[in-house]
Ligand binder design. Sequence first.
Ligand SMILES: Nc1ncnc2c1ncn2[C@@H]1O[C@H](COP(=O)(O)OP(=O)(O)O)[C@@H](O)[C@H]1O
Ligand SMILES: [Mg+2]
Length: 510
Amino acid sequence: MSTVKEDRIVLEMQHISKQFPNVLANEDVSIQLKEGEIISLLGENGAGKSTLMNVLYGLYRPSAGKIILNDEEVEFSSPKDAIEKGLGMVHQHFMLVDNLSVTENIILGSEPGKAGIIDYKSARKEVAELSEKYHLEVEPDAIIESLSVGLQQRVEILKALYRKARILILDEPTAVLTPHEVDQLFLVIKKLRDSGVSMIIITHKLEEVKAISDRVYILRRGKCEGLRNTKDVTKEDLANLMVGREVVLTVHKEKKEVTGDSIFNLENVIVKNEKGINALDGLSLNVRPGEIVGIAGVDGNGQTELAEVLMGLCKLESGRIYYKGEDISELTTKQRRNKSISNVPADRHRFGLILPMTISENMVLGFHDEKPYVHGINLALDVIHNYSEKMVKDFDIRTPGVDIPAGNLSGGNQQKVILAREFSRNPDFLLVAQPTRGLDVGAIEYIHSQILKMRDRNVGILLISLELEEIFSLSDRILVLYEGKIVKEFVPEETTDKEVGFYMTGGKKE
Ligand SMILES: Nc1ncnc2c1ncn2[C@@H]1O[C@H](COP(=O)(O)OP(=O)(O)O)[C@@H](O)[C@H]1O
Ligand SMILES: [Mg+2]
C-alpha cells in the first residue's frame, strides 16, 4: 500500500551544468522527482548521467544551476551533507570494505553508541529489521568478500536506508546482476517506492526503463533530450532519442543449418589460475564453421582463462586444443594467429590496442612485420596508410584521420579499430570476448551486424559475453560456463534467460 502523496515534488535540479577541464559533461539539465516516484536517467556511455548524480550527491560542485530539496535550496559540499538531507547513492562500483561484516559496513561512519563504544548488538538488530522490512535478505554477520555481487548490492542499499535515505540514486544497478538477481532487485525497488522512497535509476538499458520507472529523462552529450512517461513510449522511441538517429534494435539473425565437422575443439582442458585452483576444470567444447557459439556465465567462472588458453596466452595444464583437426596446444599466439585465428579481446586497452600509437599503427598491430606492410626492413607506410583509410571507411570509424592516437577515439570507435584489424584478415575462426562492453546502442548495433556477417561468411565464432541479452541475440548455440566447466547447452529459441541464468549460478536458488 502506498503512503505517498503522488504529486509532491521532493527534488528539483534546475539548469545544472558541469564543466570538466575538457568536457561539458552536463549542460543546462533540469529534472524533477516526485515523492514515491521512480525516474530513469537514460543515456549512452558518456552522456553525463553519473556526473549529474554525482553533482546531486555532493561529489561534484555544479558549474551552474541549483538543487532544490523539499522546497529548500541546498548546496552540498560533500556526500556527507547529502546523506544528512536524506539522499543515498549506490555507485556503479561498490564502496564496501571487503574484510568487514555486513553490519560493520552498514554502520561504518554512523556507528551507534556512546563515547566511542560501538553498540554492535543494536546495530545488528536494526540491520536485520531493515533487511526484513524491504526484502533485502542478507546475513548481518557475513563477511563482504564472501557475498555474491547481488548480495553486496543489497548491503549498499541497506547502508543508504540505515542512514534514512528518502531519495535513493542507483547508478547502473543491474549491470552486474544475473537475470534472477535483477528480478529480485526490482521487487526491492517497488517495495521501497511503496514506502515512499523516491528513486533515480541510471541505466542504458531500454527494457529496464520500461520495466521499472514511471518517467524517464533522456540524456545525450550532456543535454537533456526529453522527458517521457514510460507507459507512453516505445523502446524504439527511447533508442532514437538516446542516440539521436534511427536505430535498429533487433538483430536480424537468420536461422542457419550448420553442418560439417567442427573447426575448433577443446578437449578436457585444465588451466590453473595464479592461486593454483583449476580455473578451467576439464572443459570441452566445439565450434563448427558458420556458427556462433555463445559462452554464458557469471564473471569469474573461467571466461578469462578460456580466452587466454585459446590464444596460447596461458599454460595448458592438461587437455588438448584442435584447430581444423590439428593439435595446436603447443603453438604460440603468433603461430595461432597466422593460422587465420582472429581475436577481439575483452580488455581492449591491455590487449587490443596501444592507445598512444596512431590508428594506422594499430591497424597492423601484430602483422606489421608481414607483407604487404614491409618493404625490406622498412615499414611500407603508404600501404599501411591507404589500408587504414579503407578500414576507417569500411568499418565506419568516426575519426578526423588515421594518424591520430587511438586513445583519442571514443570506446565504440576504438572497438571498431580492433574489429577492422581482426575481421579483415579473413579468419576462419574468431574468438570474440565482450565485444560491446561499455559501448552505446549505435555502436552495439553495428558490431553485432559485423559479427553476423562473419558468421555468414562461414567463420566459426566463439563469443564470450557477460551480457546475456547479447548471447541470446547472436548465438546459434549457448553453452553455460560454471566453475570452469560447460554445465549445459541450449538452443536460444528453446530456452529463456531465466533458465540459462539458473545454470549460470550453478543451478542453485539463492
Ligand atoms: N572526473 C572527471 N573529470 C573529467 N571528465 C570527466 C569526469 N567524469 C566524467 N567525465 C567526462 O564527462 C562525460 C560524462 O561522463 P559520465 O557522467 O560518466 O557519463 P555516463 O555516466 O552517462 O556514462 C564523459 O565525457 C566523461 O569522460
Ligand atoms: Mg556512468
